[in-house]
Design a protein. Structure first.
Length: 226
């Protein structure tokens, strides 16, 4: 939902009927007491207790970011990032995974797929190494280290997105891993490594690095700063 999907597109992606999707969306809204399906999805993807911050750089996958605040981004590939409280940078394959996590959480017979397993050192290290590239301004290397992001974002687009997300809060002062969330989505599933980060001009931010399973240590499929 956060990636711009509606009931019909989610049904097509997951191979389910629109009726089933709508039932699960209603169930998810009831369980989360959310006013909308998109708000419920945001609750699932945001860590417990995270504060809402103004969106500093709304991004659109595969499109250069707007040059001015009043400029509206052009449509691209049918996938858009709505105006939410945070900045997403991701590969296209993770969109379906996030949609699937939300849909399974809304099923009356399924337990939520957001889990908190013991911290896996290899996954945390993979996420930290990628973040170190971003922290050091080495955006070309960070993009090249993530085939999923590179496939959806040019070098200029990725650099602009990172600058929009990371320039305002300033340099990293402290970063602590808080949890890992499993997303059992195709093709191999994902692990979301969450960090509580203090920047020079902003304390208590939440960074999420999404790793695709299957590669050694996991390859980065998405980055979210909230």
């Amino acid at each position: 939902m956060l990636a711009g999907h509606d009931g019909k597109s989610i049904a097509a992606t997951l191979g389910l009927s629109v009726h089933t999707i709508n039932d699960r969306l209603r169930s998810a809204r009831r369980k989360t007491a959310a006013p909308s399906s998109r708000a419920a999805a945001r609750m699932l993807l945001a860590p417990e207790g995270a504060a809402t911050h103004e969106n500093r750089a709304d991004q659109k996958i595969g499109v250069d970011p707007p040059s001015g605040a009043a400029q509206e981004p052009a449509p691209s590939a049918g996938f858009s990032l709505p105006r939410t409280a945070g900045v997403w940078i991701m590969g296209l394959t993770f969109i379906a995974g996030a949609a699937l996590m939300f849909m399974q959480a809304g099923s009356a017979n399924d337990t939520p797929t957001v889990e908190q397993p013991a911290v896996d050192a290899a996954k945390v290290q993979a996420a930290q190494e990628w973040l170190a590239l971003v922290d050091g301004g080495r955006t070309d290397e960070a993009r090249d280290a993530s085939p999923a992001i590179a496939a959806a974002n040019s070098a200029a687009q990725f650099a602009a997105a990172i600058a929009g997300a990371r320039t305002p809060p300033g340099a990293v002062q402290d970063r602590q891993v808080t949890e890992i969330r499993s997303v059992p989505a195709p093709p191999n599933g994902y692990e979301m490594v969450l960090f509580r980060t203090s920047f020079a001009h902003r304390a208590g931010a939440v960074e999420t690095v999404t790793l695709e399973r299957g590669a050694q240590g996991g390859q980065v499929a998405g980055y979210y700063i909230y």
